[in-house]
Every structure is written in structure tokens, then in C-alpha cells.
Design a protein around this ligand. Structure first.
Ligand code: ATP
Ligand code: MG
Length: 429
């Protein structure tokens, strides 16, 4: 079976929807155009890192991780990735929008730029600057600036000298005026020891920290809108996820489980593969229904979910749980009820959406491509047997008392024992 696309769709949409922050000129990100006419200039893509530089001693590990992820993101396109002066250079795919989009989607990437690798002679750079300037002028630019950086301090010309040489060539050949304050078009040159390249504009990357640098967590993944977004946000901080879905089959149809599998597949993108545990939860729910008041069922379900999840977390090395809960969003998510759920846990429960408005979550779900899956109409297990007006201000002591009246241990162990593991993403069977 062919592997599903590994990068979330939104990144592509972002490229299409226009330049991100830091974009400073026309002409960036078009890709696919004819190769530049300048002899010796080759199209390439520059990838820059963000927060990685804050990481002191761990920096090497973080750079390795983002390099690995960038390489994997574009390997099947035939791209080669190599580090140069604190950035990555991606060659072999020109400015292909697909490559740009995938690289932007890699966690830890601050920005990407379509760029040109040029020869070692200043005349090579002049030629490219003039060629690009003419294009910029044809698109309406009237003023320009040249910005030179010189990571290779041994290079005989200083940044200012390089900028003025290129600037003079542009004024003479393309008829643009110098404006260092608010130029219509900026041509950047980076003179490094391993490579010299030029670029015009940058697209924002996914930011965050590279996958694999943030440890392991287990996501409670329902078929709803929130939990996949919460999972994505945990992944953005470098966390590798496994996921658990509590299946109320036969009370819910196979379509409900399909949703969870399809959502997990999208979440697998940044981390190659993802294990989804499907827990047959109906017997646990039936046991609680028969022994506890209906208005407490949602809270009781949640506490059982946490207990099952912790047992499964031990299998994957996960040290925290992640949920899509948001404070006050629904009755089960009042601060008192969250405290009741938390009281059943021994692991930390991460709630990346805690302060999100629903509209913010939906906007992110749309970008991730999870929204369309989440809104497929299938019942949620938490609606099963529950009262119309669930308790909104539970107390942990009450929940403990109710649980003592129900014999749930064996049925819970049975649910764990009969849990199915579905591997999604790379190597999917
Ligand atoms: P979601 O959109 O993620 O379902 P929600 O706003 O509908 O969230 P609830 O249904 O109350 O909220 O669920 C809160 C959280 O509990 C979910 O975000 C998810 O992490 C977890 N959860 C709920 N139902 C399930 C389930 N069937 N399987 C796994 N996790 C679940
Ligand atoms: Mg839900």
C-alpha cells in the first residue's frame, strides 16, 4: 500500500494563500518557473530554524532532528538536503511549491525561501541581481535594496561593499532606485564558506520544536473537532504521539471508528507512523450505566478513560496524556469537572486547547484538514446512556463514592486486554 501524504495539507494552502510574515518582495514562492538564465545560478530552497537557537547545549540534537524531518519530508520528491551556515539548503527540486509547502510544515522550521545558489564570483551575483531586478521592475517595483550577510568572515569583500557593487549594477541595468527604508524589492545575498546564495522573500514555517525532541504522550482522540487539534499542538512542541480511541461499538457504527482512524492518519504526518489504540468501551459504559446515576455518567466515563489510557501509555513510553478539553466549553469541562477527571489520573494531563474559543479550534482544524473528518455525522460514545442535564460541578469525593458502588475493575482490565492496535501512517498495513 502506498504511504499517505506525510505533511498536513494546510501548509500547501498557506503557500497558495500568499506570503507569510517576513515576506519582503514579489517573486517569492512561485516555483515551477523556467530556470534562471544566469549561468551558474541554481534554484534551491533555504530552510531556517527558529527557537532552536535558544536551546543551548541541546542545540545539536535539535538541529539533527529538524534536518532529519526536513530530509524525510522531501525525500520522495528527489530532493537533497544539506546544512550550510546554520541553515539547510534543499537542492534538486527547484522552487517546487510542493517542496516549499512540505518544508514549511516541518516543526522547528521558522521560515523557508526560494533561493538561488550562485558561484563564488561577485560578477555571478551581479548578473543574478540584475536579472531578478528586471523581473521585479516588470512586476511594478520602482525601488530596491540589497541586503548582504556574510557568515564567512574571511571573504575579502565586506557586506557593505558587496551591497554597493550589486546595487550599482542594478541601478545601471534595471533602472530601479535605491531605497533602504521601504524598498519595493529586496535582494538578499548570503556569503557563506560552503555556499553563496540569494533570495527575495520568505514564507513562515510551522515553528515549534522538531518532532522527537519533546518526549512521548498519549492523545485521547475522539472523533470530534477538538482532540485532533490538541494532538497537533502537542506535536508542535516536539512530542511524539500515540492515540487512544474509546469505541462504543455496537452502540455506535463502524463509521465512528473510521473517523478516529482517519484523524490519526493525519496526525501521523509529522512523525512517520502513529499507533492508535481502539478500546472496546461499551462493556465499561454498560457497567457504569447499571450502577450509577445517569447525570454522573460522563464524568465516570472520563475517569475510566483516564485509567485505561494510563495503562496503555505504559506500553508506548508515554509520560503524559493529551486531551481536547477546553475550559467551560461544555458541561463536562467546567473547572470543577476537570478537577474530578484529573483526580483519577496519576500522569499529567496536557490540555493544549484549554483557553481556545471554539472558533479558534475550528479555524486550526480546517487548516490541518481534520475538520471535514470530524464533522462526519457519527454519535460520540460520551452521549451514550447519559442524562439530559449532566452534573456541572462534580466533586471528586462523590465520584469516588459512586465508583465504590460499581464493580468495574475486571471489566476495565478486560477492555485493556482486548484493545486493538491500529498502526497508521508509514508502513501502514
Ligand atoms: P472532541 O471534539 O475532541 O470530542 P469535545 O469538545 O467534544 O472534544 P468531549 O466530547 O467532552 O469534548 O471530550 C473531551 C475530551 O475527552 C476529548 O477532547 C478527548 O480528548 C476525550 N474523549 C472524549 N471522548 C473520547 C473517545 N471516545 N475516545 C477518546 N477520547 C475521547
Ligand atoms: Mg466530543
Amino acid at each position: 500500500m502506498t504511504a499517505p501524504p506525510r505533511i498536513p495539507r494546510p501548509a500547501l494552502a498557506l503557500v497558495r494563500s500568499g506570503p507569510g510574515p517576513g515576506d519582503d518582495g514579489p517573486g517569492a514562492g512561485e516555483g515551477g518557473g523556467p530556470p534562471t538564465g544566469s549561468p551558474g545560478a541554481r534554484e534551491a530552497i533555504i530552510v531556517r530554524f527558529g527557537e532552536l537557537f535558544l536551546k543551548g547545549g541541546n542545540r545539536g540534537k535539535f538541529l539533527d532532528a529538524v534536518r532529519l524531518r526536513s530530509r524525510r519530508a522531501v525525500a520522495d520528491l528527489g530532493a537533497a538536503v544539506r546544512p550550510v551556515h546554520g541553515r539547510l539548503i534543499v537542492e534538486g527540486v527547484g522552487h517546487a511549491p510542493e517542496a516549499l509547502a512540505r518544508l514549511r510544515g516541518v516543526f522547528g522550521v521558522a521560515s523557508v525561501s526560494p533561493a538561488w545558489l550562485v558561484g563564488a564570483e561577485v560578477t555571478d551575483w551581479e548578473r543574478l541581481a540584475v536579472e531578478r531586478a528586471k523581473l521585479a521592475r516588470a512586476r511594478g517595483a520602482r525601488s530596491f535594496a540589497i541586503a548582504t550577510e556574510r557568515p564567512d568572515k574571511a571573504f575579502p569583500l565586506r557586506s557593505l561593499e558587496i551591497s554597493s557593487r550589486l546595487g550599482a549594477a542594478v541601478v545601471a541595468a534595471a533602472g530601479l532606485d535605491v531605497d533602504l527604508g521601504r524598498p519595493d524589492w529586496t535582494f538578499h545575498v548570503e556569503v557563506g564558506r560552503e555556499a553563496v546564495f540569494a533570495w527575495e522573500g520568505a514564507f513562515a514555517g510551522a515553528g515549534g520544536l522538531p518532532t522527537g525532541t519533546g518526549g512521548h504522550a498519549l492523545l485521547l482522540l475522539s472523533g470530534g473537532i477538538d482532540s485532533p487539534v490538541a494532538g497537533h499542538l502537542a506535536q508542535k512542541r516536539g512530542v511524539v504521539l500515540a492515540a487512544v480511541y474509546f469505541d462504543a461499538f455496537p452502540y455506535t457504527g463502524p463509521g465512528a471508528r473510521e473517523k478516529a482512524v482517519d484523524l490519526a492518519r493525519i496526525l501521523s504526518g509529522p512523525q512517520d507512523a502513529l499507533d492508535l489504540y481502539v478500546v472496546p468501551f461499551a462493556p465499561v459504559q454498560e457497567r457504569l450505566r447499571d450502577g450509577a446515576p445517569a447525570d454522573y455518567l460522563v464524568l465516570l466515563y472520563r475517569r475510566m478513560m483516564v485509567r485505561v489510557a494510563e495503562k496503555l501509555a505504559a506500553r508506548t513510553g508515554a509520560v503524559a496524556l493529551v486531551t481536547g478539553e477546553s475550559l467551560g466549553q461544555v458541561a463536562s469541562q467546567t473547572i470543577e469537572n476537570l478537577a474530578c477527571i484529573e483526580a483519577a489520573a496519576t500522569m499529567p494531563i496536557l490540555r493544549p486547547l484549554i483557553s481556545f474559543d471554539k472558533s479558534e479550534t475550528i479555524a486550526l482544524a480546517r487548516r490541518l484538514g481534520t475538520y471535514e473528518i470530524s464533522i462526519r455525522p457519527h454519535a460520540d460514545c460520551c452521549a451514550l446512556f447519559v442524562a439530559r442535564h449532566p452534573v456541572t460541578r462534580g466533586r471528586p469525593a462523590t465520584l469516588e463514592r459512586l465508583e465504590r458502588a460499581v464493580d468495574w475493575t475486571a471489566v476495565l482490565d478486560q477492555a485493556v486486554a482486548t484493545t486493538e492496535t491500529v498502526r497508521v501512517g508509514e508502513g501502514e498495513t
